[in-house]
Design a protein around this ligand. Structure first.
Ligand SMILES: [Zn+2]
Ligand SMILES: [Zn+2]
Length: 304
């Protein structure tokens, strides 16, 4: 089960009732945050979730509305006497930018682990999450992310029995462990069926539509996408500032077929995103306006 919360849905500046866009997920006791703009701490508190299990923070890029909340969050985690390492993932410049911000949060009781994204795409395995970063197209280097929970194949009891694998090893094999015992090696692939469908969430803000988004977002359970402007007449502005209109986001949904798309990163001038929904649903029916604290619990698909 993956718990997902869009903590805020604003772009550029936080507004009363609209925190800056960031995403928080919870899985198996470890939380992950994507982006941390000004006020993200308050948005987490409003949701009633805890900072303590945050083990990973991913950054799309280093514009202030996506990272300026980091020093405050680090101080809060330090005041809670965290000692476990915190992993930070982000495009080129990660360590330089974070260390500059840390001038105001110099002493932390826990280590920071920097994972700077190399090349146009990179995958990270972190606390049960498979995190894939991929380059998008903004006016500075910017990445989108997919967060996946993979699911192993079904355990085949008949095969395990036929191979005379001791029952006490079954559970460990099911979890993907290879076991050596009395000169024999037991491998998960000997007893597991084909990999089953996992859970996939895609998060993309601050970009024009790109082929990399189409490729990576395909088949998401949830696709949270940039939608800076609702009014289609703002399309030239979206091109100029490297953002997207709702219509452009909906076209990406049409191509990638997520179970749901939520729009986010609204321009401060966009007051009522709901008013454009009827139009964009003609392009893709399962599109919804993001709002602060919008949440969903995603479970693995039941099998017949
Ligand atoms: Zn932004
Ligand atoms: Zn930006």
């Amino acid at each position: 089960m993956l718990d997902v919360c869009l903590l805020g849905c604003g772009g550029m500046m936080p507004l009363p009732g609209r925190w800056l866009t960031s995403l928080m997920t919870r899985f198996n006791g470890s939380s992950l945050l994507i982006d941390c703009g000004e006020g993200t701490q308050i948005a987490v508190k409003e949701k009633g979730w805890s900072f303590k299990p945050i083990d990973t923070i991913c950054f799309t890029h280093y514009h202030g509305d996506h990272i300026s909340g980091l020093p405050g969050l680090l101080l809060t985690m330090g005041n809670a006497e965290r000692e476990e390492p915190l992993t930070l993932i982000g495009p080129k410049g990660l360590e330089r930018v974070v260390n500059a911000l840390r001038v105001i949060a110099p002493e932390l009781p826990f280590p920071l682990v920097f994972q700077e994204i190399q090349g146009p795409e990179q995958t990270f395995e972190q606390k049960g999450y498979r995190i894939k970063a991929f380059r998008v197209n903004h006016n500075v280097t910017c990445c989108g992310y997919t967060i996946e929970l993979c699911r192993a194949g079904r355990f085949d009891v008949e095969r395990a029995k036929a191979a005379e694998i001791p029952v006490r090893f079954w559970n460990r094999l099911q979890k993907g462990e290879e076991i050596e015992h009395e000169g024999r090696i037991y491998r998960p692939e000997d007893v597991l069926g084909p990999q089953r469908k996992g859970i996939k969430v895609t998060y993309c803000t601050d970009t024009r539509p790109t082929d990399s988004i189409v490729k990576n977002a395909a088949g998401s359970d949830l696709f949270i996408c940039e939608g800076m402007y609702g009014d289609p007449e703002k399309a030239p502005k979206a091109v100029e500032y490297k953002h997207m209109t709702f219509q452009e986001a909906a076209l990406l949904a049409k191509k990638t077929k997520p179970k749901e798309m939520w729009l986010t990163h609204y321009s401060p001038s966009l007051v009522r995103p709901e008013q454009y929904m009827d139009e964009v649903r003609k392009i893709f029916p399962r599109i919804y306006p993001g709002k602060d604290g919008k949440s969903v619990k995603l479970g693995f698909e039941e099998e017949e």
